[in-house]
Design a protein around this ligand. Sequence first.
Ligand code: HEM
Length: 392
Amino acid sequence: MAQKDSLNCPFEHIKNPDLEIKKINEISQRTVSLLDNRYPVPDKILRGVHPKSHGCVSASFEINADIDQSLQVGLFKSPGKVFDASIRFSNASVRVEPDISDAGEHGSRGMAIKIYDVGGEVLIEDNGGRNQDFLMINQPVFAFANTDDYLILMRILDRNNDNSDSFFDPLKLQDPTLSEEDRQQILEYIKAENIDEQGIKRILDTLTIVKQIKSTSVANPLNIQYFSAAPFLFGSDRVMKFSVKPVYQVTPTVLPPDLAPDYLRRALKESVFQNERVEFDFMVQVRSDDGDKMGIENASSIWDEKQFPFIKIAKITIPTPQTEVDSDVNEARCEAMAFTPWHSLSEHQPIGSINRLRKDVYQTSAKHRKAEREVESELFLVRWFKSFLESL
Ligand code: HEM
């Protein structure tokens, strides 16, 4: 349980550990029931979030030779060291949908990096390996501040067939045209979910972030900046947020006129097929103040870049050309991979409410889709053996 690692961390403040565990368990259970509803037998179960992949590429992750000594911590302890890595680009939406909706709305984009064989003490092994995963989205903040809010979201998704609109209902109380019946219903719901004044403020923050996501147009997954949004340890006495920024813009750089449903996959494939330089700077904001001041328990809070500038400490290179991005073999490998922020060196332990929650939920989602894959392969073998016997 993530809390065991977190209770002694000076930067984290868990108000009610027992209640948090209960909420995390409920979210894990709902992750499974939502997946079962989304993918009825015989559909293949995909990831609980970010199910739509634009493709996986191989990459290298090189620690900058001139990294400042004060930043030579954990993964970054050896200047000039180069690691092998894989990267999966994705859409966050819980369902596989067109990259732009019919209403012209965009979505949250993800970049997940898996760095292989990092050595050292890891928090969770990755299929027996010691890997470091870095998961990011293309906004500097996560839309849901903490476990309380995420649980409310999950209950709403479960009730409303994956539609999250009613998460914002409490904000309708400001609407003078709201009927008395609707007002009463919303008040009852606020009471049932224990949403206080701070909770209402956070719903407003979520709405602002969601609007920002919907209006952010992305032409190519390789041309945008990604952020961890949530905080992580940087050794035992500091905290980091990380970000990845492209060094060059690669073609295509503009939205295609046809806005095909999978245009982001097409752009990624086209870019890595060419012999272009595809590089990103890996950067960190590092701080050491009091946890409350840094908003550790609120993943929707931002660290002002003017006050806490991002510092480049590593370089990610995607060698090109990679012509097999959407081959069957590569697709199967990409689907089988499981990323989690808890595949991590202990020096970079995920912290804060949202990150504690992620420990169980990612494992639950990955296990659920893996279990199904294993049943599928067994069925395949049984069928193959039967037809082999029949052919004799
Ligand atoms: C700062 C906040 C977060 C960021 C930056 C983030 C980012 C990502 C990314 C990039 C992926 C795709 C990984 C891949 O390519 O396989 C992912 C997957 C996933 N995320 Fe998050 N996420 C965040 C918070 C959450 C939260 C709060 C939950 C729910 C508790 C969640 C649940 C999941 C699940 C279930 C998967 C799929 C896991 C699997 O089946 O392998 N995420 N996330």
